[in-house]
Design a protein around this ligand. Structure first.
Ligand SMILES: C[S@@+](CC[C@H](N)C(=O)[O-])C[C@H]1O[C@@H](n2cnc3c(N)ncnc32)[C@H](O)[C@@H]1O
Length: 368
């Protein structure tokens, strides 16, 4: 089984539970590290707990330093919390050997940052430094609770006698040279949607804390260039190249329809303050997805079954039939058929709606 957009590894862990050889591909460096750490679940949960609690004890004996962190981090934490988080980070760094216990401890520390922050955050959400929340958690308490939770989760997974057959490749789904031809029989994945969600910005808090990026601008080079272009921030410099992108031979089966939608989007943006280049984003997104299908054709066996969990979108209220276009691109790459199984409706509640186009989400089944 293959998950070309493995994220934090849900499909990989389920593959292990089913004793299926499973490979995940994830190109976001931070997210790939999360998935790899989760695959270390089979390390001894008791030894992990002792290791992590020893790091906590060492941290408590250290003096935290708050200088030198990026501005975002200064804005998101009270100084006492940041001092404690800094001691945890430095205590972890002293022992860091890249092996499972140290990676799991890194994961525990990464995963408490939002709970300890005064900024408006939730898992996978962009950080809102100007929005503050009343309740934050003490970093030492949060860290202790997290490693206890992880250790108990690891012990329960062991009871389910999972195999150790999943691995994660930090590669790009548009080209994954480590995967042999015709390797996968089954592909299960949830790709980025064409809905302007920025996976790079979504991890800015964590990457800033660990010193992997200093500012918003660093995200382009450190993260976005590895990702499917699914947000307007990613295509800012391509504005004006939309027609050139539409002439990509791989887009042939959907070019005419796409060109019409892109023209509407380009005209519509003039009526909106943000003037977002959705027309460029849509052209880039489907160009990237076309490449993904060519690569998926290479790495899947004849007769393979593919499931893409995907949703359609309507930027500025202009409908983009994402699942059908992705299906057409799959056929162009050499798959035999596609069908869409709707799982739920989206954008049908009246509150907070930017437009009233009903949307859906479901499984795009591709065979061949
Ligand atoms: C909807 S999420 C997948 C979530 C996943 N099912 C999970 O359980 O965490 C899509 C993922 O695709 C990743 N991604 C985006 N572009 C990629 C690319 N070119 N190659 C591989 N992964 C990519 C994103 O970083 C994100 O983690």
């Amino acid at each position: 089984m293959l998950d070309p957009f493995a994220g934090s590894g849900t499909v990989l862990l389920e593959g292990e539970a089913c004793w299926v050889d499973t490979v995940g591909v994830e190109s976001h460096p931070f997210v790939a590290r999360v998935a790899k750490a989760k695959l270390s679940w089979h390390a001894s949960h008791r030894e992990f707990l002792n290791y992590a609690l020893a790091i906590l004890s060492r941290a408590k004996r250290m003096t935290g330093i708050t200088d030198g962190y990026p501005k975002l981090i200064e804005k998101c934490f009270a100084s006492d919390s940041l001092r404690k988080l800094d001691t945890l980070k430095r205590a972890w760094e002293e022992e860091n050997d890249g092996l499972p216990f140290s990676e799991l401890t890194w994961l525990a520390l990464a995963s408490i940052l939002r709970e300890c922050s005064t900024a408006g955050t939730a898992p996978w959400q962009y950080v809102l430094p100007r929005k503050t929340k009343a309740r934050t958690v003490d970093p030492y308490e949060a860290f202790e609770a997290k490693v206890i939770l992880m250790s108990s989760d690891m012990s329960m997974r062991r009871l389910r006698s999972l195999s150790k057959r999943a691995r994660l490749l930090q590669e790009d789904a548009r080209s994954c040279p480590s995967l042999p031809d015709a390797w996968a029989d089954l592909v299960i994945t949830s790709p980025p949607y064409a809905n302007n969600y920025d996976y790079a910005d979504a991890t800015r808090l964590e990457m800033s804390f660990f010193g992997e990026v200093r500012n918003w601008g660093d995200l382009q080079d450190a993260v976005r260039r590895h990702l499917i272009r699914a947000c307007t921030q990613h295509v800012a410099e391509l504005n004006g190249k939309t027609n050139k992108m539409l002439s990509d031979p791989l887009l042939e089966p959907i070019r005419e329809e796409m060109a019409k939608v892109c023209t509407l989007l380009e005209a519509e943006r003039e009526h909106h303050g943000g003037k977002k280049p959705y027309h460029t984003m849509i052209a880039a997104y489907f160009g990237d997805m076309a490449r993904v299908w060519v690569e998926l054709r290479r790495v899947t066996a004849r007769g393979a079954l593919v499931c893409f969990v995907v949703g359609d979108s309507a930027p500025y209220g202009i409908y983009v039939p994402v699942d059908r276009w992705i299906g057409e691109l799959a056929l162009a790459a050499g798959f035999k058929s596609f069908s869409f199984e709707k799982l739920r409706s989206r954008n049908v509640k009246w509150k907070n709606r930017k437009h009233r186009v009903p949307l859906h989400e479901g499984c795009l089944w591709v065979e061949g």
